[in-house]
Write a protein that binds this ligand. Sequence first.
Ligand code: ASP
Length: 467
Amino acid sequence: MKTTRTLIGTLHSLVGQKVTVSGWVDSKRDHGKVTFIDLRDRSGKIQCIGFKMMGELTTESVVQLTGLVKERPGSMALADVVNGNVELDVQEYLVLNKASELPIIVADDGRDESEEVRLRYRYLDLRRARMQKSMRLRSDYYRALRNSLYAQDFTEVETPMLTKSTKEGSRDFLVPSRFQPGKFYALPQSPQQYKQLLMTAGVENYFQFARCIRDEDLRADRGFEFTQLDLEMSFVDRESVMSTVEQIVKASVDAVGGKLKDSTFPVYNYQEALEKFGADKFDLRTAEDQKQGVLAFAWVINFPFFKKVDPKDVAEVRDGKSGWTFTHNPFSAPLAEHEEWLLKGERVGEILTTQYDLVCNGYEVGGGSIRAHRPEQLEATFKVMGYSEAEIQDSVGHMLEAFKVGTPPHGGIALGLDRLIMLLSNETSIKETVAFPMSSTGRTAVMNAPNLVTAEQLKELSLAIKI
Ligand code: ASP
């Protein structure tokens, strides 16, 4: 007969009952005839006592124990610990997986451990209480976001991972096509174009937890992929998107117990922010706010649409053939009063975009805009960047076509979830919020990619390596 598993976190209310529990050996104290272990599962821990048994169990082994839940003697009861009032008198046990000597001590918080060891053994690192909490928080935050998006009548839609280059200002990751030798897919830097096409398709309110992949220069805190809450809405103006997003962010931060500084997020002009804070991302918290883990959100608007290409930035040089490139997003619409300048390609440096950035505690945590939804607007942007007719057709011809068959005015945003969760959990690195982050040298956790492939695989892809 199959034994029913009882979750450890419920044992404090099951005194006198015989139960079977399964989990990890958190710690062991061997007193000769009597062996004490703390057993841990996702719901909690319990002290288990074995008489003339369990002596051979090793820390972090996975075991199944059957025994009687007993009240701990009054003097031994731990008042503020879950299950502090009970213990398990073990009658029989089964080792489901024996743990050999561990390269990581799971019981500590891992803050002193090197990144290399933590990522190589991430499956052990993640067993740490701190990391379990972080994964739970991420999941709770996703649920809260989903709930508030559904409440506002959004539809969740997935878009392709193998796609065509879309410009977000970084290099693309390319994937060779086996069926069409010499041709490549690009992994999405964002779902920008697909979400706009969903507006043409009549979805009206779209969202997705989108994985974005950008070949950027690595920094200690940045890998090649990250997750955004990507959303787009039809028949909206800048203020209505900002207000919807603000409601969603507030409701979900609240749902996971986060503290907000302002009940209405302040709005700054880009120029004003530069003058006041010297940057377009800034920290509005006081010393007291910082101590209390408060989140201080603010909006920044009225950014310049274009900037001069930085000759040292490969992606900018590629995108901005005329010497001008976009500051945020080439698919944005300009402010209505600057539309004429864009269409005529005049006063390029003065054109302001409808872009809005969301900042929090000194970080940019989101950005979006009202989009070009008429073909001449998008064409004009690419002309300013020096694209010929043929180049425009090649890179965004499909968007221009879609803009000729009934595309509603629309706008949206993407919120960087890794960073928001980092702030919510009071961590200082986004790696603490991602289950399997990349190392600072661009290697994947545990599985150690990138790696070499066989000559046969290269041949199938019609590729040759020249180094
Ligand atoms: N696609 C933009 C990005 O990934 C966000 C947006 O404008 O919605 O940064």
